[in-house]
Design a protein around this ligand. Sequence first.
Ligand SMILES: Nc1ncnc2c1ncn2[C@@H]1O[C@H](COP(=O)(O)OP(=O)(O)OP(=O)(O)O)[C@@H](O)[C@H]1O
Ligand SMILES: [Mg+2]
Length: 355
Amino acid sequence: MTKEEILQALREVHHPARQDRDIVELGMVHDIEIQENKVSVTLGFPKRRDPLTEYLVGSTRAALIRHLPSSVESEVKAVVVEEEKPKKKGLALGLEQLAEVRHIIGVASGKGGVGKSTVAVNLACALARMGYRVGLADADVYGPSVPVMTGTEGAVPAAEPGEEEGKELILPLEKYGVKWMSIGYFAERGQALIWRGPMACNALKQMILQVKWGPLDYLLIDMPPGTGDIHISLVQDIPMEGAVIVTTPQDVALADVEKGANMFRNENVNRPIFGLVENMAWFTPEEHPDEKYYIFGKDGGARMAEQLGIDLLGRIPLVQGIRESGDAGEPVALGSRPDGIAFLELAGRLAEKLG
Ligand SMILES: Nc1ncnc2c1ncn2[C@@H]1O[C@H](COP(=O)(O)OP(=O)(O)OP(=O)(O)O)[C@@H](O)[C@H]1O
Ligand SMILES: [Mg+2]
């Protein structure tokens, strides 16, 4: 008898607990050995004990006896085989942890130092004050600023085993009613973070995808400065709904803002820009809270928004208190001073826009 003929015979053996499919179809025939007067068949069973092992070995033997000439001996053995794990496509990290997040919003700019992190952190606190469930992922792997701005420096996030074996989930830190995550929690204080491109991308995705966010209304992503590879990869791999762009009012910033907006607007990505935030819109001295000095020009943000066809979501003044509270880890949006109220208004407008 040939191997084919034996396989044909084995097709008569059905697995009663697996929709009555036969053992060949189920891939349980592990090995067939044909000798002159003996045929050995080895059946493979998954690790956990199949209660029908004895039954299937018996019926396989019976099928062989039915088909083989009586002069040929038949033998059936059972072995345990490792189950093949289904392979994940694309990203090694899946999007499971974002399953309960309603809005994922990038906070970006074209240029560095315009106040993205300040706006992101205060926006997060303001949304939380309004009663929303909020998280913030600091996507600046080179210069994370969220730990300092929230006074969570030196904190070590806990980890817990994930559903998949060997894969841990990082628990975000919770403070001011917001869940925070940053690569800064995993680095020594003052240690420069030097990454090669692909490493930076991976670390970054881990900071977002391997974190147990739980149910959230808003997850803000504080984007690193610039519009390079990291940004493109980030925008493509994280299902961001859209972005908020931060700018200062100078005319020279227009080209940068446009670059920032184009990261989201290009045809491969095609995500909406929810609005422009004009930071440092005017200067108000501490001792003269009613005065406004338009040191970077007046209404630059409004003009820019119009030129780019983006809504102007909010204007934040340049005040000493915003910088100081950032350095002290107590975002102004937690308080009731006018600069804090500006962030609450911004949060209100964003929330309204997103329904
Ligand atoms: N409206 C403001 N009033 C006063 N200081 C501000 C204001 N916005 C930002 N700053 C200060 O400016 C500095 C840069 O701000 P921030 O770190 O938020 O910018 P960024 O765009 O995130 O920078 P980077 O591009 O490096 O990530 C910080 O010291 C911050 O406290
Ligand atoms: Mg920043």
